[in-house]
Structure formats: structure tokens, C-alpha cells
Design a protein around this ligand. Structure first.
Ligand code: GDP
Ligand code: IMO
Ligand code: MG
Length: 420
């Protein structure tokens, strides 16, 4: 049996914290897409840790963690992260597995990412510059190198061939930065990677399922950054939605049970692209300040705005969300008034659907106002203790989406999660 946990907005919904919370109920936590563009924040013994590639179950001794074939893996980031978790006493060699089909991010992919963004001028995607797009391009272009290739004697020859191709591209893009230091680091990190349990991920995970083990697939990014269904072209390069679990791990769709969708009580986005409920005023600043909305991977300020039920409804539909988790409810504690977007007005017409070209049409959000609860909720432990006004806000969202908010997160800590 497989459950999926993923973000319903533009990423950074608090997935890491929630996976870490649920991890003891699962035997396996598996990443199925994305790469080190992700930054998942957890608190372990009250210390903050940000994970980019290692699944968020790593701090639980009895949980097996799998980096699936749908991920693109940066060996250098992985090594740095391993050092980080080791400092917490975690023996990553014991419970971290990597699929042999996982594609490697090469130093030239990072260079190509940077070159591509430089070429775009004012139309930059706002990529994290981790080489994600170029690595997936080499996968679908059938050129990429995979983790399993490391065991092949011809690996270096294959690398050199691909590097030459990339060099030509970089030259044509007028990109001449010296990447030899990255390359040196990369080859060192590949040596480090040889100590891992490199497995045939699809047999590995299906065996676990057959044995009755519980699997949680941990999404990265958010549904609105999905390469097919997000705000294209301002998206990432993988399928971030639940369908990505099947191709990113080798799991059949009927094995998936719950799809747990995580949303903030408001909304944020980092990088460029449409964001209909974005606030450009003091309210937006306040959300950023109170919510400490700065990217976990790049440190960039996150754009902030009201919760967008049109986009959330779309995300619930394409993912088949069965349960919702609402995070960062405490960030709204001090506000007198809250707003939720219930429809868009596009070219003078009201719609409840996400338009095809969100980037090219002007979207006016229709907002419904709610009273703020004006109460510090961070120390509350039970649903019955939640302010009545907060319940009204959550009930409205429940009803609009037709999916129940099953948990409310009221702080970044492991123990700050209330079951409703
Ligand atoms: P992820 O990428 O979805 O895992 O989310 P990030 O880690 O990038 O960003 C979420 C941020 O919000 C992190 O700094 C978390 O520590 C923090 N966080 C998560 N849940 C809550 C919450 O309920 N309240 C508050 N105040 N912070 C939270
Ligand atoms: P987690 O898993 C928020 C955004 C980038 C950029 C766009 C494309 O922490 O939620 P890419 O590096 O993939 O080429 O960038 O996607 N982005 C994220 N935004 N959270 C993330 O991951 C993101 N991963 C990518 O900011 O706009
Ligand atoms: Mg993040």
C-alpha cells in the first residue's frame, strides 16, 4: 500500500515537516521526482535541518528511504547532506537506498541551467540553478547518465562524450565560466556514492508492497509547478503531481491509496510566473516577515498572497487528493481580516477554472473576507481548542474543495500538528 504526500501550491508548503511527522507510521519513504531544487525543512531535537535530496524519513531509525528513478540526483549535494544528517547520529548507509535508474545531474547541467536563464533576460524562470531542467532534458533526449552507470567501466568515456556535446552548447550560448572546480568535486562525490545501496528501485519497492510494508511517496515542489499542469513555462521539469509517483518509482496506480495534499493557510511562490492572489502591499510584507518566507534552497524572498481556492481545487482534481493538511495557520494569528480567492475574473468573465495561459491573461482574483482569529495558536494541541473563527475559515475551505482538512499545523516544530 502506498500513500502520497505532495504540495498543492507552488512549493514550500511544509511537506518536509509533515513527512517527518508521519514517517513513524511508514516503513518506506520515497522521493519520486525533482532533485536538489527542493528544500524540505525539518526540526530534529529542536535543530533546523534542510534536506534537498534525502527523503524526510531519514531521521527515523526504522524507516527505509529510497531515492527513486524519477529523481535527478546531484552527487555533491548528496554527500554534503549525508554529512549533515551524520552530525545527528544518523547512519545513512543503513537506511538510504538509491535506484540505479536515477539520472545524474552533471556539472555541465548546472552550467547549462545558468546559461539558459542568462539568455532569457527578462523572462527568466527563476530556476534554482541546480541543473534540474538540463538533466531532465538529457533524460528525455536519451543522453543522460544514470546512477547504475557508475558501476560501468565506460562511465568516464560516456561522461566525456556528453561533456563535449554540452560544451558545444555552452559555447553557442556564449557561456564561458570555468567549471573545472565543479567537475573535480563531482568526481570525488561519485566515489563517495559507491558506498550506497544502489538497487533496482522498482523491484525493491514492489517487494516491500508485496510484503505488506507501508510506503509514503514524498513529493517535491508543488502541483502548480508541474511541467504539464503548472503555470507553464514557469514550472519545474518534472511531474510533481500524484501521477509522477507511478513513473518515478515504478508503482502501479491501483497501489496508491491516500493522496495527502499539503497547503499553506495562505500562499507563496518563489521564482517568476503567475500568482493571481499575490499581495504587493504591506500585508504581503507582513506574511513574509511573520512566516519567515525565504527560500530554503536559495534564500530568495518568497512572494506572498492569499490562499487561492481556484488553483487548490485544480490541484485537488489532478492529484485525486483524499486528505488535506493545512500548514502555517499560526502565521495568520495576528491578522484582523483574512481573504480567500473563490474565483478568477478573466477578460471580464468570472471563472472557477485555471486558464490555459495563466501567463498571458490578466487574472483578477475574487476574494471573500473572513475575520481573523487574533489569538496565538502555537501552543494548542487539540482540535477542540482551536478558535471558532479559525474553524469557520477551515470549514469554508473544506467545503469549497470537497476534501477535508485533516490536520492543521500551528508551528514549525514536530509536535505542532493538530488532528481535526
Ligand atoms: P517544503 O519544501 O514543502 O518542505 O517547505 P519548506 O521547508 O521549504 O518551507 C516551509 C517552512 O515553513 C519551513 O521553514 C518550515 O520550518 C516552516 N513551517 C512548516 N510548518 C509550519 C507551521 O505550521 N508554522 C510555521 N510558522 N512554520 C512552519
Ligand atoms: P520544494 O520541494 C519552491 C521553483 C523555482 C523556479 C521554478 C523552476 O522545496 O517545495 P528549477 O530549479 O526546478 O528549474 O526551478 O520552480 N522551484 C521551487 N519553488 N519550492 C521548491 O521545492 C521548488 N523547486 C523549484 O523557484 O521558479
Ligand atoms: Mg521547500
Amino acid at each position: 500500500m502506498v500513500d502520497v504526500l505532495l504540495g498543492l501550491q507552488w512549493g514550500d508548503e511544509g511537506k518536509g515537516k509533515i513527512v517527518d511527522y508521519f514517517a513513524p507510521s511508514y516503513d518506506v519513504i520515497a522521493r519520486f521526482q525533482g532533485g536538489p531544487n527542493a528544500g524540505h525543512t525539518l526540526y530534529v531535537n529542536d535543530k533546523k535541518v534542510v534536506l534537498h535530496q534525502i527523503p524526510s524519513g531519514i531521521f527515523h531509525e526504522n524507516t527505509t528511504n529510497l531515492i527513486g528513478n524519477g529523481v535527478v540526483l546531484d552527487a555533491v549535494t548528496l554527500r554534503n547532506e549525508c554529512d549533515k544528517v551524520k552530525a545527528f547520529g544518523v547512519d545513512y548507509r543503513k537506511n538510504l537506498y538509491i535506484s540505479e535508474r536515477t539520472h545524474l545531474i552533471l556539472p555541465t547541467h548546472r552550467a547549462l541551467d545558468k546559461a539558459s536563464e542568462l539568455q532569457k533576460g527578462n523572462e527568466k524562470i527563476g530556476s534554482t540553478l541546480k541543473g534540474i531542467g538540463p538533466a531532465y532534458m538529457d533524460k528525455t533526449g536519451r543522453n543522460g547518465l544514470r546512477v547504475g552507470d557508475l558501476l560501468d567501466k565506460s562511465f568516464t568515456t560516456q561522461y566525456i562524450k556528453l561533456r563535449l556535446k554540452h560544451q558545444k552548447l555552452l559555447d553557442s550560448m556564449n557561456f564561458h565560466e570555468d567549471i573545472s572546480a565543479w567537475e573535480e568535486e563531482f568526481f570525488d562525490a561519485l566515489e563517495f556514492m559507491r558506498q550506497f545501496k544502489i538497487v533496482n528501485g522498482e523491484y525493491f519497492i514492489n517487494d516491500k508492497i508485496r510484503q505488506g510494508k507501508r510506503v509514503l511517496a514524498e513529493g517535491a515542489q508543488g502541483s502548480m509547478l508541474d511541467v504539464d499542469f503548472g503555470t507553464f513555462p514557469f514550472v519545474t521539469s518534472s511531474n510533481t503531481i500524484s501521477a509522477g509517483v507511478c513513473t518515478g518509482l515504478g508503482i502501479a496506480p491501483q497501489k496508491i491509496k491516500d493522496v495527502i495534499g499539503v497547503t499553506k493557510a495562505y500562499c507563496t511562490r518563489v521564482g517568476s510566473g503567475p500568482f493571481p492572489t499575490e499581495l504587493h502591499d504591506d500585508m504581503g510584507e507582513e506574511l513574509r516577515r511573520i512566516g519567515n518566507e525565504f527560500g530554503a534552497t536559495t534564500g530568495r524572498p518568497r512572494r506572498c498572497g492569499w490562499i487561492d481556492l481556484v488553483a487548490l481545487n485544480f490541484a485537488c482534481m489532478v492529484n485525486g487528493v483524499t486528505k488535506l493538511v493545512m500548514t502555517k495557520a499560526d502565521v495568520l494569528d495576528a491578522f484582523d481580516e483574512l481573504k480567500v480567492c473563490t474565483s478568477y475574473v478573466v477578460n471580464g468573465e468570472k471563472t472557477n477554472q485555471v486558464p490555459f495561459q495563466m501567463t498571458k491573461v490578466a487574472i483578477e482574483p475574487e476574494l471573500k473576507s473572513f475575520k481573523g482569529w487574533k489569538q496565538d495558536v502555537t501552543s494548542l494541541k487539540k482540535a477542540a481548542q482551536l478558535p471558532e473563527v479559525m474553524k469557520q475559515y477551515v470549514d469554508f475551505i473544506d467545503e469549497y474543495l470537497g476534501v477535508k482538512v485533516a490536520y492543521i499545523s500551528n508551528g514549525p516544530g514536530r509536535d505542532q500538528l493538530i488532528e481535526i
